[in-house]
Design a protein around this ligand. Structure first.
Ligand code: ZN
Length: 412
């Protein structure tokens, strides 16, 4: 290996060894995503694998823990369930933020891998058992009934799960947001402080592996039934909220909604359909947890206390926007799974609902969280969201109601 540092700030004359034909009908025609760091001449994308974890890889190499040219041994890593291909994979505008062939790399491109090209999966599919105390609660309350197959009497649930790293097709992404590709590239370049010069020096490279978190899918029932028009699907699309999801913080409804969504998914699987939880790494509406905690303080310290009428305004004061999750890209995963219709949709979000229908995915029934599952301190959040257009089973609060402080103070 060369000791030279390869600069990407000036356009190289060589074209990528193997071009990517995004939206081609087969893996062979589409071509592999090659982000090799050891052989720059083979690269056909901007960025590197593993999202933000690339920085830890750099630490591992710098500290001598990891060989710079280590290549993954992919023996026995193939998906535990087969997914696709589905017709949506060959529409370059349907999937723009993940690689539909990302889990099939070791078989689809076995010849190149054997020839020494560093090609890595961006999707992995495995199986697990999960267990959450809320599910035992649902069994005790009689809402869920163990069947000994999908749901066991001790609350264990059999799932298939998939981890997906983002792979962005820049022309498709630009079209999805109705902006110029050049504007998208420039903004990505500038807002990462010039981290990826090829965004502006290599317009011929159309695919970008962004340094962000991806998503995890949890499937309940037979994954092989997805993509068939007769298969009923229940779904919860959940955006990460570490404080509530993992630690049970009661300022929001995230974990209760996640648990409720899983309940709806288990029911659907028990009825012969498929349940799907999509868990997106978009902490704090993709503003990050530092911003989120700053907003919590601002909400609780403001004159008049924590109340729904100022819920979004406090976020906007700190972050400049209310939300950066960009649900426009969220439907891609449904296209990947061949899903055209969601029969039971466990979400109140009008933004998510709008994004799905804009992509031609039908939502049959929207399932609101039962009132009894909402924690008291989360009333501020729920009232604010309902007033802003979230769907719900109860009457939206009026202005007087929204002005009442309902959240705990910082010292309570
Ligand atoms: Zn939350």
């Amino acid at each position: 290996m060369s000791d030279h540092i390869v600069l990407t700030s000036h356009a190289r004359r060589d074209k990528p060894a193997e071009p990517i034909h995004w939206g081609a009908v087969s893996a062979a025609e589409r071509g592999p995503v090659i982000a090799s760091l050891t052989n720059p001449a083979q690269r056909n994308v901007i960025g590197t694998h593993s999202g933000a974890y690339a920085v830890y890889r750099a630490l591992a190499v710098a500290s001598g823990k990891l060989q710079r040219d280590h290549r993954a041994d992919l023996t026995d890593t193939a998906p535990a369930e087969s997914i696709g291909p589905h017709p949506q994979w060959s529409d370059p505008d349907k999937i723009v933020s993940l690689d539909p062939w990302g889990h099939l790399v070791s078989s689809a491109f076995a010849d190149r891998i054997a020839a020494g090209i560093d090609i890595r999966p961006s999707i992995a599919v495995t199986r697990a058992h999960i267990n959450m105390p809320e599910l035992m609660g649902a069994i005790t309350a009689g809402r869920l009934k163990p069947d000994g197959h999908i749901l066991h009497a001790n609350g264990d649930v059999r799932v298939t799960k998939a981890a997906i790293d983002p792979v962005w097709y820049l022309p498709g992404l630009a079209r999805r947001f109705d902006i110029k590709e050049s504007m998208l590239r420039r903004s990505l370049f500038e807002q990462t402080s010039g981290m990826f010069p090829e965004l502006v020096t290599r317009p011929d490279l159309k695919v970008f592996l962004p340094p962000i978190g991806g998503m995890t899918l949890y499937f309940f029932g037979d994954v092989g039934q997805l993509g068939k028009p007769e298969t009923k699907v229940a779904c919860r699309v959940h955006d990460e909220c570490n404080g509530s999801d993992v630690f049970g913080s009661d300022i929001c409804t995230c974990r209760p909604y996640l648990a409720h969504g899983i309940e709806v998914c288990i029911e659907m699987a028990q009825q012969g359909g498929v349940g799907l939880v999509v868990y997106n790494r978009k902490e704090g509406r993709a503003l990050g947890e530092v911003t989120k905690f700053l907003v919590y303080n601002a909400r609780k310290r403001q004159v008049g206390g924590d109340r729904a009428e100022t819920y979004f305004a406090r976020t906007e004061c700190v972050a400049g926007v209310q939300d950066m999750r960009f649900q426009e890209l969220m439907p891609d995963v449904f296209h990947w799974l061949g899903i055209k219709r969601i029969d039971r949709w466990a979400s109140m979000s009008n933004m998510k609902h709008g994004a799905l229908t804009a992509q031609g995915i039908e939502v049959v029934e929207q399932v609101a969280i039962p009132d009894a599952l909402i924690p008291a301190d989360a009333r501020v959040e729920i009232d604010a969201k309902v007033a802003a257009g979230y769907f719900t089973s109860y009457t939206p609060p009026d202005a007087e109601e929204l002005a009442l402080a309902k959240g705990r103070g910082l010292d309570e």
